[in-house]
Ligand binder design. Structure first.
Ligand code: BES
Ligand code: ZN
Ligand code: ZN
Length: 498
């Protein structure tokens, strides 16, 4: 059974609920569709009474007879004049929450008619709201025996529209959201399950499913030979081997344009010998940057985008052990620069430094992008309202910020001032890894910049957006998969320019 379908109002099949959209009206809701009299004549009551105002995300469940559904759910879309893709996402996200709390599984959803708004954006907003909200982490929790039915996800959505083309748009959103789910699942799994070795197995599976992917996996021995000494240093405290995963996708072999994304793959961050005293319990999220790589690549493969993309995931745990690297010690990097490791909890920048330097030396990137749950400081600066962006190239930043607006994965650009470099001067090594809390997110980015060889480069600090401790709008609690929709949007824009 296909998850998404399209049908006419009079040909629709049985389902759990018929969803009818309404605008916010002065007295009550106003229909956002022309419906047959036989249907609306049953339903005029709440509108005249003013009980249902059509506010954004407002829902009201009614029960009807003689229809393929026993329920009608009225859905408020807010003011007709103020509609945007984001108001649609929010309204349809609320709808999903209302349906999940009623344990509904199949919906017939009447698509609103909106003048002066493109059909493509309309279906994009609706589908993203529906699909981003239709997710839960249920693998570790038994169903409540007191509940009549176990909680479940929506399993089928039929879009009721006279335009068959809506399905193609919705299917595209589904392909992208399946990448978002991959990223969320990786973040939400137990750290003892989602290990560097597990990430390797996911990479193998992806390469098998999409033969266009060329997969390279480095063993620990090869990493030693390659002199990835920073990744190996962080790995010293772990009982598990590190991984270095490279997946290459050539969707436009004629072009030399090549985007490389490096994702932080710390499968658990204890802090190392500078052990964390607060917040360790969320540190299975520390491979969120790597998760963006997997999710984006999968979506790009499904969409068969004409772009050249390589993703690199350096991965290890950061653990406490007699063998753990010692704060104050100096290690060489893949690039050759030596690093005074001033704090073992600043491990992300170390493994990324080797990943970025590897990309510069071996992959000829046109642009280099990294995703990392890098600093607690970005939460102090921006909270979960925006991902921090640091970028050495204005044109690249512009394209990324545009993609951020289109995907509602908002970005806020932070500075890379020359003066920050002084903070990383070391007396014993070429650079130090950390120098206290002042401008911590920017200084972390300055450290990374030293390994990017002056290529157009963007760093995303997703420490406050990759993982939520409370649900937010259409995003569920825990892993958000942030970054995947942003990157797909960005790469799609690139493919259209080429
Ligand atoms: N993984 C953390 C950053 C983080 C914090 C991610 C909160 C998600 C939520 C990173 O490795 C880290 O520990 N950063 C420290 C570095 C410092 C103490 C050396 C930080 O920024 O607080
Ligand atoms: Zn850390
Ligand atoms: Zn970390």
């Amino acid at each position: 059974m296909e998850f998404l379908q399209v049908s006419h109002l009079d040909k629709r099949k049985k389902s759990d609920a018929l969803i009818l959209p309404l605008w916010r009206g002065k007295k009550g809701g106003e229909w956002a569709v022309d419906l047959s009299h036989s249907l609306t004549s049953h339903l005029s009551l709440p509108l005249e009474s003013g009980d249902f105002k059509g506010k954004e995300g407002e829902t009201l469940c009614l029960y009807i007879k003689d229809q393929p559904e026993k329920r009608v759910i009225l859905l408020g879309l807010g003011s007709k004049e103020k509609i945007t893709v984001e108001t649609l996402r929010r309204s349809y996200g609320s709808l999903i929450k209302a349906c999940l709390s009623r344990q509904l599984e199949a919906l017939n959803l009447v698509v609103p008619q909106v003048k002066n708004f493109s059909d493509e954006l309309l279906i994009k907003g609706i589908s993203e709201g529906l699909l981003l909200a239709n997710y839960s982490v249920d693998r570790y929790k038994h169903p409540d025996p007191e509940e009549l039915q176990p909680p479940s996800l929506i399993k089928k959505i039929t879009l009721i529209s006279p335009h068959k083309e809506v399905l193609a748009v919705a299917d595209k959103v589904l392909a992208i959201c399946s990448g978002v789910y991959v990223a969320r699942d990786l973040v939400n799994g137990n750290a003892d399950d989602v290990t560097p070795q597990y990430l390797e197995s996911v990479a193998r599976k992806l390469a098998k499913e999409f033969p266009k992917i060329k997969l390279t996996l480095f063993t620990k021995k090869q990493l030693e030979k390659e002199r990835m000494d920073l990744l190996l240093a962080v790995n010293r405290g772990s009982a598990l081997d590190p991984a270095f995963i490279i997946m290459e996708y050539r969707g436009n072999p004629k072009s030399k344009d090549h985007t490389v994304i490096v994702g932080k793959g710390i499968t658990y961050d204890t802090g190392g010998l500078n052990i964390k005293t607060v917040g360790m319990e969320t540190m299975k999220c520390d491979m969120g940057g790597g998760a963006v790589c997997f999710g984006t690549l999968m979506a790009i493969c499904k969409l068969k985008l004409k772009v050249n993309l390589t993703v690199i995931i350096p991965s290890t745990e950061n653990c406490v052990d007699a063998k753990s690297f010692k704060p104050g010690d100096v290690y060489p990097s893949y690039l050759g620069k030596t690093v005074e490791m001033t704090n073992s909890d600043a491990e992300g920048r170390l493994i990324l430094a080797d990943g970025l330097a590897y990309a510069v030396k071996n992959l000829h990137p046109t642009r280099l992008i990294d995703f990392a749950t890098l600093t607690g400081g970005i939460d102090i600066a921006l909270g979960s309202e925006a991902t921090g962006l640091m970028c050495n190239n204005d044109e690249l930043a512009k394209g990324l910020i545009k993609a951020g607006e289109e995907s509602a994965e908002r970005l806020w650009r932070m500075p890379l001032y020359e003066e920050y470099k002084d903070k990383l001067k070391s007396d014993i090594a070429d650079i130090k890894s950390w120098n206290g809390r002042s401008a911590t997110s920017c200084v972390a980015a300055i450290f990374l910049q030293e390994f990017t060889g002056n290529i157009p480069w963007a760093h995303f600090d997703i420490a406050s957006t990759a993982y939520l401790s409370e649900p937010k709008k259409y995003l569920p609690k825990y892993g958000t998969g942030v970054g995947v929709r942003l990157m797909v949007e960005f790469l799609e824009n690139l493919s259209q320019k080429a």
